[in-house]
Design a protein around this ligand. Structure first.
Ligand SMILES: N[C@H](CCC[C@H](N)C(=O)O)C(=O)O
Length: 270
C-alpha cells in the first residue's frame, strides 16, 4: 500500500489515495501506522476520497484511530497532495469534510503548491467554563471551528505543562465533550503564541483549527486585530477575519513517498 508523508508546521499525516477504493479498518490502520516506533510515525492518517459535494473529500483520523471532523494543517497538505500529484490543475478547490465543505486557494510556485489559504468558516464561541483538575483550576473558552476546542488564556506556558494539563482538560466533564486544548499567550494585537494538546494525538507541533480557535477567542475579547500571526512550536500561521469568517494561510510540505506491505499481526501478537 502506497502512502505519502506530509506535514504542515510539523503536524504530520500519512496520506492515502482512496479515490478508487480504501483499505479495510481505517481507524486501526491509522493507529498502527501513526505509531512512531512500530509504524511509519505521524499525528494521524488522511484518506483522499472522491468529492460528492466538492472536488475531493477529506476523511481524517487521529493517531489513536479516532475520527477528526476537520484538520487545518491536514487540509492544506491535501490541497498540495491533489495538485502536485496531478489529480487536479485547479487552484481553487472545495474539499468535503465531516464538518462540511471548505474552500482552498492554492499558491503555486515552480509547479508545486507552496502555501494554501483555507476558508475555515465561522467560529462558534461559548461562555467560559471553570474547570477544576488535579493540576489546578482553569477558565476554558469552548470554541467550535468544525471540531471542538477549549482555549486557555495564559501569560506563558511550557510544553511540559501542555502535556500535563492538556489531557486533564480534554476530559473535563464540564466541557461537554472531548476537546482539543490550546494554551494561548497574547503577545500583542498581531501576534499570538499557542501550544496545543490535540484530542487523539497528544502534544503536536501545530494545530490549524486550534490556531483559528485561539484567534477567535482572542478576537472575542478584543485582544487582537482582524489579522494576526499565530506562532506555534512548529511554525506560524496567518489567520484573518473577513466578514465574520476565518481564513488561515500556511505552508504544506511533502516529506516522502512510501510503501508498506503492512499485514495485520494476529491478535495473539499484540
Ligand atoms: N485532533 C483534531 C483533528 C486534527 C486537528 C489538527 N491537526 C489541525 O491541524 O486542525 C480533532 O480530533 O478534532
Amino acid at each position: 500500500m502506497k502512502f505519502v508523508k506530509m506535514e504542515g508546521l510539523g503536524n504530520d499525516y500519512l496520506f492515502l489515495n482512496c479515490l478508487e477504493g480504501e483499505p479495510p479498518e481505517l481507524p486501526r490502520l491509522a493507529k498502527t501506522l501513526s505509531d512512531r516506533h512500530f509504524g511509519v510515525g505521524a499525528d494521524g492518517l488522511i484518506c483522499v476520497k472522491p468529492g460528492q459535494a466538492g472536488d475531493f473529500t477529506m476523511e481524517m483520523y487521529n493517531a489513536d484511530g479516532s475520527r477528526g471532523a476537520m484538520c487545518g494543517n491536514g487540509i492544506r497538505c491535501l490541497g498540495k497532495f491533489v495538485y502536485d500529484s496531478g489529480l487536479t490543475r485547479k487552484c481553487c478547490l472545495t474539499i468535503q469534510t465531516d464538518a462540511g465543505p471548505r474552500g482552498l486557494e492554492l499558491s503555486v510556485r515552480n509547479g508545486r503548491v507552496a502555501e494554501v489559504t483555507v476558508d475555515m468558516g465561522q467560529a462558534q464561541i461559548d461562555e467560559e467554563v471553570y474547570c477544576q483538575t488535579a493540576a489546578g483550576a482553569f477558565w476554558v473558552t469552548p470554541v467550535e471551528v468544525g471540531n471542538p476546542h477549549g482555549v486557555v488564556f495564559c501569560p506563558e506556558w511550557t510544553e511540559e505543562e501542555t502535556a500535563r494539563v492538556g489531557p486533564l482538560l480534554e476530559h473535563c466533564p464540564r466541557l461537554g465533550r472531548r476537546r482539543n486544548i490550546e494554551f494561548l499567550t497574547v503577545e500583542d494585537r498581531e501576534h499570538l503564541t499557542v501550544r496545543v494538546w490535540e484530542r487523539g494525538s497528544g502534544v503536536t507541533l501545530a494545530c490549524g483549527t486550534g490556531a483559528c480557535a485561539s484567534f477567535a477567542a482572542a478576537r472575542r475579547r478584543d485582544l487582537c486585530g482582524p489579522k494576526a500571526q499565530v506562532h506555534l512550536p512548529g511554525g506560524s500561521l496567518r489567520v484573518e477575519e473577513r466578514e465574520n469568517r476565518l481564513f488561515m494561510t500556511g505552508p504544506a510540505h511533502t516529506v516522502f513517498r512510501g510503501e508498506t506491505d503492512f499485514l495485520w499481526h494476529s491478535e495473539t501478537e499484540n
